[in-house]
Design a protein around this ligand. Structure first.
Ligand code: FES
Ligand SMILES: [Fe+2]
Length: 363
């Protein structure tokens, strides 16, 4: 009775991929922008970029120009990068420092907490209430040194949004890891084509020789957590040692790879249908000069894996755009991650279709 044959694993058919048009259609992108990207928390800055009061990081997220700034009280706050006078962009995109945010157009100035300090040379106008003319605030929260923003005012808290990830990652001292370098690429790839690639291990053996030398791909698995909209990727090390990493993909675009020596964290800005910016940060606990060669080796290794993925998905995207291919079938054995991912995308688009819109302003 002891040597019963192992029960064969049965994989249920998963059906088809999303239609190719979803990866290239401006109409679908409008829906995703509102009901997915404006609705979810997005990683925006590493806290180390904002060490002192007045330090800021500005950029565009889901098409919304935003700025995150550390106030005089030490608090990091986010705002729409929009002057209340006639809507000029207050600060240029990038990293900077300012005692107050002064609009380049007519010189209105705002404090780091968003208050209008002065409407320069405006003239007498009893209808102008400075207290009501502060910058449009943005939901901004920090988790372990990572600064997130969310366009939708009614979103859950960041920790609730992270859900089980925050609990599972609690022993990784991410807040102690220091920013080493980033790698940013803009490519003609839809964010979903990149997500599709990330969420299956089917391609690992053929596409990533260096990754396969490090992890045991036969034991590579991806668990879909539909309720909390995240994926737990399990890739044990090949040498039989304990897995020293914890890997997550939080829908729609947050990729967290946590190790005991540091982290590789990536996110995507969906720039339009079929176009995205991939931003990858490499954090290390040890930034000593002696460790530099080893850090660079790890970073180059990781960059190469992403390059291999981007090369193949760039070709995928080109083919999705042609209209020759419509849908493929998902591997029952390997592509349940894509099925889960597609369900989340469909859910967001359906919410838009039933009228859901982000609340972009308080009150
Ligand atoms: S638009 Fe900013 S001061 Fe006029
Ligand atoms: Fe890959």
């Amino acid at each position: 009775m002891n040597d019963l044959p192992a029960r064969p694993r049965v994989f249920a058919p998963l059906g088809e991929t999303l239609p190719a048009s979803w990866y290239a259609d401006p109409g679908v992108f409008v829906k995703e922008r509102a009901a997915i990207f404006a609705r979810h928390w997005q990683l925006f800055a590493h806290e180390s970029r904002l060490p002192a009061p007045g330090d800021y990081v500005a950029g565009v997220l889901a098409g919304y120009p935003i700025v995150v700034i550390r106030g005089r009280d030490g608090q990091v706050r986010g705002f729409h990068n929009v002057c209340r006078h006639r809507a000029a962009q207050l600060v240029p995109d990038g990293v900077g420092h300012a005692k107050s945010l002064v609009c380049p157009y007519h010189g209105w100035s705002y404090d780091g907490d968003g208050r209008l300090i002065k409407a320069r040379d405006f003239g007498e106008d009893p209808g102008l209430d400075p207290a009501a003319m502060g910058l449009f605030a943005l939901r901004t929260e920090t988790w372990k040194g990572l600064v997130f923003v969310c366009i939708d005012r009614n979103a859950p808290s960041l920790v609730d949004w992270l859900g089980p990830i925050a609990v599972m990652a609690r022993d990784y001292p991410l807040e102690k890891y220091r920013f080493y370098r980033d790698k940013i690429r803009e490519v003609d790839v839809d964010w979903k084509a990149y997500g599709d690639n990330y969420l299956e291990g089917y391609h690992l053996e053929l596409m990533h020789p260096a990754l396969c030398a490090a992890i045991d791909v036969d034991r590579y698995t991806i668990d879909v957590h539909d309720r909390h909209e995240f994926f737990h990727l399990y890739g044990p090390r090949r040498d039989g040692g304990l897995t020293q990493g914890l890997y997550f993909y939080r829908f729609p675009v947050l990729m967290l790879n946590l190790y005991d020596w540091g982290a590789s964290i990536a996110t995507i800005d969906a720039l339009g249908p079929g176009r995205m910016r991939h931003t990858n940060w490499y954090l290390f606990e040890d930034l000593s000069p002696e460790g530099k060669a080893e850090r660079d080796r790890i970073v180059e290794w990781a960059i190469e894996i992403v390059s291999e993925d981007i090369a193949i998905v760039t070709g995928v995207q080109r083919n999705l755009n042609t209209g020759v291919y419509d849908r493929g079938r998902l591997s029952p054995k390997h592509e349940h991650g894509l099925k889960g991912f597609h369900d989340m995308v469909r859910r967001g688009v359906a919410e838009y279709d039933s009228g859901w819109r982000p609340t972009v302003r308080a009150g």
